[in-house]
Design a protein around this ligand. Structure first.
Ligand code: FAD
Ligand code: DHB
Length: 388
């Protein structure tokens, strides 16, 4: 087989890139190791920046998102028994939309297939070859048969554990990493929302987050030991932990409901630089990971793809490689700002077991400063909505 662009991974990065290229008349094949049903049901991120919405709308896949997504103009910080609103729209003129990642995936898969796109699910043994040459190729197994694709470019959009990044020789790339000593326990609950806006809570027992998925399904997270087991957490234990971290004496109560999904996410910051080697280009989690506190993971995957699609389109239209040569540096500028913001939000809001009493007081003082200072709130809001 031959195609112009071979894409490994049908996450937001791979699927959106394939669709943006298709809209410009560029062919691609997407190879995904999991089934369509599996990728369409995996619960992940929820927050979309306005810029991400704009790209999805421009790609013609935003119709359901606009109808079903919930526009949020602010969020709340809770600490020290009080809640403080950060008014995103007043501070930045922008807002965010809560629309689950798996719904974005459902919309993108439907758009690719409706346009006759070539997305192969349940492939295995994906291997990259000759990425240093002008004719790279990808071999894989599909439906029990070995196959090979020759392409002009290979895109590694296969997430943190994919096969693409390790193809960049160790001596030509640098990995930057921080692993956090905690994770997030995430649940999905059948109930009405407890709050109109997201609540990010800092508490001595640990961080907690109230988010939403729809008027009848809520998403809640709380800081936990990353090595803990889901089975150690009965529903009663989860609710009592969430009540303890989120409720104060102001009359606000967290609504309970049937918990129908539980999971633990580890937390790390990671950047691989450069995001390119020869004809291999990395996009999204394949190149970088952020802790989820800033809600940046899916948004970064989308912004990488915007830059990369423009560079590939320019190459096919003019033969010019300036955009391709600038891709890594351009994408990494935004990546590092999001890495900084995600690290900062994580440090601001989580309980670090090894923090000294002095460091705990400094953390509280920083939170007090943020909510008291319009300048600091503006900087936070600009980062949160992705206004840069
Ligand atoms: P992915 O979505 O990871 O897609 C990569 C795809 O490649 C996958 O479908 C995978 O199956 C496929 N693949 C991998 N290896 C191969 C291979 N060898 N061959 C073929 N296919 C392969 N971000 C937030 O902002 N907020 C959150 O709450 C949040 N929660 C998360 C929870 C979990 C459990 C995880 C893993 C991530 C979470 N994230 C969150 C991060 C966010 O979901 C990611 O940043 C986003 O999915 C990145 O998109 P991507 O397309 O780069 O990678
Ligand atoms: C969600 C996830 C986040 O990481 C975040 O900061 C806000 C919301 C969510 O899954 O809804």
């Amino acid at each position: 087989m031959r195609t112009q662009v071979a894409i490994i991974g049908a996450g937001p990065a791979g699927l959106l890139l394939s669709h943006l290229l298709h809209l410009q008349g560029i062919e691609s094949i997407v190879l995904e190791m999991r089934s369509r049903a599996d990728i369409e049901a995996t619960i992940r991120a929820g927050v979309l920046e306005q810029g991400s919405m704009d790209i999805l709308n421009e790609a013609g896949v935003g119709e359901r998102m606009q109808r079903e997504g919930a526009l949020h103009h602010g969020f709340e910080f809770a600490f020290g028994g009080q809640r403080h609103r950060v008014d995103l729209t007043e501070l930045t003129g922008q807002s965010i939309t809560v629309y689950p990642q798996h719904e974005v995936i459902i919309d993108l898969v439907a758009a690719r297939l409706a346009a006759g796109g070539d997305v192969r699910f349940e492939v295995s043994e994906v291997a990259l070859h000759d990425i240093d040459s002008a004719q790279p190729s990808v071999t894989f197994v599909h439906a029990g048969q070995g196959a090979s694709i020759e392409a002009d470019f290979v895109i590694g959009a296969d997430g943190f554990h994919g096969v693409s990044r390790p193809m960049i020789p160790a001596g030509t790339r640098e990995d930057f990493q921080r692993v956090y000593p905690f994770g997030w326990f995430g649940i999905l609950v059948e109930s009405a929302p407890s709050s109109d806006e997201l609540i990010y809570a800092q508490h001595e027992r640990g961080f907690a987050l109230v988010s939403t998925r729809s008027p009848s399904v809520q998403r809640l997270y709380f800081q936990c030991d990353p090595h803990d087991k889901v089975d150690n957490w009965s529903d009663d234990r989860i609710w009592s932990e969430l009540h303890a971290r989120l409720e104060h004496n102001d009359g606000w109560k967290l609504k309970e409901g049937k918990i129908f999904q539980k999971g633990i996410i580890g937390m790390r910051s990671f950047v691989c630089a450069p995001m390119r080697h020869g004809r291999l280009f990395l996009a999204g989690d394949a190149a970088h990971i952020v802790p989820p506190t800033g809600a940046k993971g899916m948004n970064l995957a989308i912004s990488d793809v915007r830059v990369l699609s423009q560079a590939l389109v320019a190459f096919y239209k003019t033969g010019g490689e300036d955009g391709l040569n600038a891709y890594s540096e351009t994408a990494l500028k935004r990546v590092w700002r999001a890495e900084y913001f995600s690290w900062w939000m994580t440090r601001l809001l989580h309980t670090f077991d090894d923090a000294s009493p002095f460091e705990r007081r400094i953390q509280r003082a920083e939170l007090e400063n943020v909510v008291a200072s319009r300048a600091l709130r503006t900087a936070l809001a600009e980062n949160y909505v992705g206004a840069f």
